[in-house]
Design a protein around this ligand. Structure first.
Ligand code: IMP
Ligand code: MG
Length: 179
């Protein structure tokens, strides 16, 4: 591991495991009698999603979307480009969007509206990390793992230039690595 890049470990592997189990328990209770679609946003959410679904004790489906934000000109609208769409229709389904981190909230704000427009019965949001200081639009977060400070975060799925996703903990990246 390129540990030189790490500024500080913010959340350990053990802390993540404990919190992910709690979130899985909560989701299992809230969706009893239902069969929600757990919708992972590629690629950052894959590590969180794969641990989370094994803590959910009710029937679920999983699906994935890959998105990227448009260039600067449309940042204010929060419009995102869909790189990979869902495999299945969301019509009449209960959707739980799983994200690695909510920063400005623009990505999830856009996605939630899109899924509602497409006829989803319900859309909830589950994020491992939340950087509330950076929020640009108000967004209801239904399940949240940890609040974190406004720093660049890596590990447990989160990347910087596609690196560090395989670290089992959540850490801040040294500023000289991204500035
Ligand atoms: P938002 O639309 O600004 O909320 O953007 C959320 C997306 O930005 C996340 O899915 C991440 O891919 C990325 N992102 C935001 N902050 C960080 C970070 O600190 N580390 C790595 N990726 C981040
Ligand atoms: Mg992402």
């Amino acid at each position: 591991m390129d540990d030189q890049a790490i500024k500080e470990i913010l959340i350990t592997e053990e802390e993540i495991k404990k919190r992910v189990k709690e979130l899985g328990d909560e989701i299992s209770k809230d969706y009893i009698g239902k069969e929600p679609v757990v919708l992972g946003i590629l690629k950052g959410a894959v590590v969180f999603l794969s641990d989370l679904i094994r803590e959910i004790k009710i029937p679920i489906n999983i699906d994935f979307m890959a998105v990227s934000s448009y260039g600067k000109s449309s940042v204010s609208t929060g419009e995102v480009r869909i790189i990979k769409d869902l495999d299945y229709s969301v019509e009449d389904k209960d959707i739980i969007i799983v994200e690695d981190i909510i920063d400005t909230g623009l990505t999830l704000g856009y996605l939630k509206e899109l899924l509602v427009k497409r006829g989803a019965k319900s859309v909830k949001i589950c994020t491992l990390l939340d950087k509330p200081e950076r929020r640009k639009i108000e967004i209801d977060v239904d399940y949240m793992g940890f609040k974190i400070p406004d720093e660049f975060i890596i590990g447990y799925g989160l990347d910087y230039n596609e690196k560090y996703r395989n670290y089992p903990f959540v850490a801040s990246l040294k500023e000289e690595y991204y500035k």
